[in-house]
Design a protein around this ligand. Structure first.
Ligand code: F3S
Length: 387
């Protein structure tokens, strides 16, 4: 792997032990994946932020590092709302550990926006090289924006944030971005909400695995694409997908559909992912809600009073700029929490059955919260909360 003189110097320890250690991570990855060189990145998004997932070992490792991010870098959701953690009934011992993790990242120059939707807060453009690690954000960056990032682990994204570069392999290379599989969605209804695309992604991820599919027969909005990619990344390892006539790279590659594997998913199969049962709690915002989603939830909750715990998650900046919608939502008795989510926070471990509107949360809640998960449309989720 070719290294510039500067990269060689970092690797030799001339810029301190932390930068050396992090360069060793990037070089090791580059060698494993046969990268020819490093590529500069525009931004990083760093996972491994909730104390629930990284624990004591992760905190100790982060605390041992001494360097600063050199490109814009955003932290993934942590285990609690940094301001309203008591309202979430977070154990004070957990909160103390979580604040230590947050302080460690802050010292490393990572922006504490704590979200899996960094694309609502920073500018990423077509062709940009990134080092993002949260799988739904990676799918969105590659597929919806047309930027280029691999699915980084927390340490490699942090290394990239601090060193401003990442090994050029995988999805950084155009030749690896071409579709190898077509997924025809049959009889897709015109008017559906994001959950329908979460259900579609839930099925499609199992089929695609880590391959790059191109969808035909659907016309999703940006929020629907967000849910589609998040679910595919959860049940498969999808980091990039295309949608014919919709996503930016779908028209870049000239492929012959007859030479690719072709799979069909029917609308009936998508409907089969939904489940009906009475939940103990409802959680919306996986991935974190957009401004438009918060507005839509507010419209549905206007004048209602929720009778079951209803959690909604979004990035703090999105919550701040959607203050009017958030006010209406919280007036109903629902919570809109920042910095965290139903999967990475221990707050939802108290429930036995959780209804979600996301294919990704449907897949993750059982293992991460120890609860049964149900998929409902946004209307079903709101109705379940208000019943
Ligand atoms: Fe985001 Fe948590 Fe879902 S990090 S994608 S809201 S599991």
């Amino acid at each position: 792997m070719f290294l510039t003189a500067e990269e060689e110097a970092i690797l030799a320890g001339e810029e301190g032990q932390t930068r050396q250690q992090l360069m060793e991570i990037l070089v090791a990855m580059g060698k494993v994946f046969e990268a020819e060189k490093m590529v500069p990145i525009r931004s990083a998004q760093v996972s491994g932020a909730s104390y629930k997932t990284i624990g004591r070992w992760g905190l100790e490792w982060l605390s041992s590092l001494d360097a600063k991010a050199t490109v814009p870098a955003i932290l993934n959701p942590v285990g609690m709302d940094r301001i309203r953690w008591r309202e979430m009934q977070i154990d004070p011992v957990f909160a103390k550990n979580q604040f230590d993790v947050i302080a460690a990242y802050e010292r490393l120059g990572i922006r504490l926006s704590c979200t899996c939707t960094p694309y609502y807060l920073t500018i990423s453009e077509y062709g940009d090289h990134l080092a993002w690690s949260e799988s739904s954000a990676v799918a969105y960056a590659n597929s919806v924006i047309g930027a280029r990032t691999n699915r980084e682990g927390g340490p490699s994204a942090l290394a990239a944030a601090i060193l401003g570069r990442t090994p050029a392999y995988g999805l950084h290379l155009v030749e690896n971005r071409s579709p190898v599989l077509t997924i025809l969605v049959e009889d897709a209804p015109g008017e559906v909400d994001e959950s329908w695309y979460g259900a579609l992604g839930y099925l499609a991820g199992k089929i695609a695995g880590n391959r790059v599919p191109v969808f035909t027969g659907i016309r999703p909005s940006r929020d629907q694409l967000k849910n589609l990619g998040a679910a595919m990344a959860a049940t498969g390892a999808t980091a990039l997908y295309h949608v014919q006539d919709i996503t930016p790279e779908a028209r870049v590659f000239h492929y012959d559909a007859s030479s690719l594997e072709n799979v069909t998913i029917t609308a009936d199969e998508v409907t089969g992912v939904y489940t009906t049962a009475d939940p103990d709690a409802i959680a919306i915002g996986c991935p974190h809600c957009s401004d438009e989603e918060l507005t839509r939830i507010a419209e549905k909750l206007q004048g209602c009073r929720v009778k079951k715990p209803l959690y909604i998650f979004a990035a703090r900046d999105v919550i701040t700029r959607s203050a009017e919608a958030v006010h209406i939502i919280e007036k109903s008795g629902a919570w809109v929490f920042a910095d965290t989510c139903m999967v990475v926070s221990p707050a939802l471990e108290q429930y036995k059955t959780i209804m979600v509107s996301s294919g990704k949360a449907l897949a993750y809640v059982p293992n991460m919260c120890g609860a049964r998960s149900l998929l409902g449309s946004l209307d079903t989720c709101i109705a379940a909360a208000c019943r």
